[in-house]
Design a protein around this ligand. Structure first.
Ligand code: FAD
Ligand code: SF4
Length: 330
């Protein structure tokens, strides 16, 4: 690991000030992603500003919904009564990720910021435009079994690997940020992560030095009919090959509102308005769910080794919607 300067922040303003003043400085939260990347020489920050002592871990009701602190641990978030009761989809998604030990360390802000699990990104002997812009993409012509089927470019075919963000997208979350000018701003979760285009080194729309302070979600009517389905190589402690965050609001058996967000199929959580359009106004039956699944995967463009994700995605959507119909708040 390359040597670096370390300091522990006592307030958000000074943390933002220190990181924004140094282009190669980074915030350190739980460290479960950043330290791994530093050990592999994928990330080489000259300075770490430890934010884990900041007072940003509160989870509280707001007039319009809920606010979740950026430094709340994944475990505390998933198990919080307000989340379990009102946003069970988020609990399910978080608990589907990593391991209990990791979730005890991992924070919500760090979770949103986690980097791709593309194997070429982690291997500094291989070309990777995300790690080293202009060096090429090892996965494009290499092994791309875990890679994207939507929204990729010829510069990068990586996926965003996280689970939590897929549920947050389905639940209309916004990310509250402290800017480098000391003002706060929000980014809807749907605009937080970005597609790779010509600049795959940029995972999201946060500017250097900006600090995530909270994630907010409005009230919704999905608590009784939502489900997070994660498909992976092992039953636990593995990233998703593909995931579905599904949420329904029904009146009788008719679908009034729907959310279908696919995970690990693109460089960002991938919402399917096509599937949602098929669902809304229709009876909640397997036939409807199958039509929605066909619509969701219609425009998928698999790479050489990940064609399986198309059929898998269809089956996962049908199953997730069926499970959503029988689920209830924890
Ligand atoms: C073996 C293993 C398995 C895993 N499996 C899964 C899985 O199945 N699903 C899943 O979703 N995740 C999984 N993860 C990833 C894990 O969820 C993330 O590592 C974790 O959420 C990152 O949070 P952290 O607080 O440790 O972030 P850190 O490692 O401290 O930071 C990560 C990045 O976020 C930045 N950052 C942190 N906080 C803020 C903030 N408030 N504002 C701005 N920037 C910030 C840091 O500068 C850094 O760049 C796994 C990780 C490991 C090691
Ligand atoms: S897919 Fe993206 S992260 Fe993976 S090697 Fe290509 S450029 Fe790098």
């Amino acid at each position: 690991m390359q040597s670096f300067k370390y300091s522990s922040a006592t307030d958000a303003a000074s943390a933002v000030g220190t990181v924004s003043a140094n282009q190669t400085a980074k915030f350190l939260a739980g460290g479960t992603n950043l330290i791994d990347l530093m050990k592999e020489y994928v990330e080489r920050p000259s300075e770490l500003v430890d934010i884990s002592g900041l007072n940003l871990a509160e989870i509280r009701s707001t007039s319009n919904g809920i606010s979740i602190g950026a430094l709340a641990k994944n475990t505390d978030t998933a198990n919080h009564p307000l989340i379990r009761q009102n946003y069970p989809l988020l609990s399910m998604a978080i608990l589907a990720g990593a391991s209990a030990q990791l979730r005890n360390m991992a924070t919500n802000g760090g979770n949103l910021m986690q980097r791709t699990r593309c194997q070429y990104f982690y291997d500094i002997a291989m070309p990777c435009n995300k790690r080293e812009p202009g060096s090429g993409c090892g996965a494009l012509e290499g092994l791309n079994r875990i890679h994207a089927i939507f929204g990729y470019s010829d510069k990068c075919v990586a996926t965003y690997p996280g689970d939590m963000a897929n549920a947050l997208y389905a639940l209309d979350a916004v990310v509250r940020i402290r800017g480098t000018n000391g003002q706060e701003r929000t980014i809807p979760l749907q605009d937080f992560h970005r597609l790779p285009g010509n600049t795959p080194e940029k995972d999201n729309n946060l500017q250097h030095g900006e600090l995530i302070v909270a994630i907010e979600m409005p009230k919704n009517n999905f608590a009784n009919k939502s489900y997070y389905l994660k498909v992976r190589d092992r039953a636990s402690y593995a990233f998703a090959l593909l995931a579905v965050a599904a949420a329904l609001e029904t009146s009788g058996n008719t679908i009034k509102q729907a959310r279908v967000v696919l995970g690990s199929v693109a460089h960002k959580p991938w919402r399917s308005p096509e599937a949602e359009r098929v669902l809304i106004g229709k009876p909640a039956t397997e036939t409807t769910f199958q039509a929605a699944a066909e619509a969701a995967l219609k425009d998928a463009k698999p790479l050489e080794h990940n064609g399986y994700k198309v059929e898998l995605g269809k089956r996962a959507i049908v199953l997730a919607l069926q499970q959503a119909m029988t689920s209830g708040a924890a």
